[in-house]
Design a protein around this ligand. Structure first.
Ligand SMILES: Cc1cc2nc3c(=O)[nH]c(=O)nc-3n(C[C@H](O)[C@H](O)[C@H](O)COP(=O)(O)O)c2cc1C
Length: 167
């Protein structure tokens, strides 16, 4: 197996990382996202230092993870193929319409998506070619009737068939 492509064998959520600092704001697609701790509620996101979001996150010390629904793949592609260095993605049509103010932190978040987790940066760990950002969830909202967009082998999927309950 080519280890360069090991992550293609893992199933990922499709999320948008939202950050803002001063008059700068940004939104970028992030799939290397995972739960980390129940108490306190921590989640992690692995962000490459090449991303515009990376420095903004270090500066602001807070961020939101917006979990996309299974019909929101175009939002992911838009936020994941353009950089906030060159344009404010929040000003583009789809994001402008979906924008709302977060409850506990100073970043814009999506008003329609599967879930929003507002986080305060707990720590960051430079590791390999990404930085692991650990956030403590200070506020969350979710739509229980919606399903997540899934990334596998660099392609977007909807959830498949129900198999069985987790014991
Ligand atoms: C579906 C998808 C998932 C992505 N996941 C990540 C990720 O987990 N970490 C990362 O650093 N970049 C990831 N990217 C790449 C960034 O979203 C992309 O480089 C984006 O343009 C960065 O925007 P920024 O420069 O405005 O921060 C992903 C892109 C896509 C399309």
């Amino acid at each position: 197996m080519n280890t360069l492509f090991y992550s293609r064998h893992l199933v990922h959520p499709v999320t948008l990382l939202s950050v803002a600092h001063g008059d700068k704001e940004n939104i970028a697609a992030m799939s290397w996202v995972s739960a980390l701790s129940r108490n306190p509620p921590l989640l992690m996101v692995a962000v490459s230092p090449k991303r515009y979001s990376h420095q903004l996150l270090l500066d602001s010390q807070e961020f939101a993870i917006n979990i996309l629904k299974d019909n929101q793949n175009e939002l992911s592609t838009l936020a994941g193929t353009h950089s906030g260095r060159n344009e404010n993605k929040w000003e583009s049509e789809p994001f402008r319409k979906l924008r709302k103010t977060a409850t506990k932190i100073g970043v814009p978040v999506l008003k329609d998506c599967l879930a929003v987790f507002e986080c305060k940066l707990e720590q960051h760990i430079p590791t390999g070619d990404h930085t692991l950002f650990v956030g403590e969830i200070v506020h969350s909202e979710s739509q229980t009737e919606a399903n997540p967009l899934v990334l596998f082998n660099r392609q977007y999927f909807q959830l498949g068939n129900f198999v069985s309950k987790y014991p």
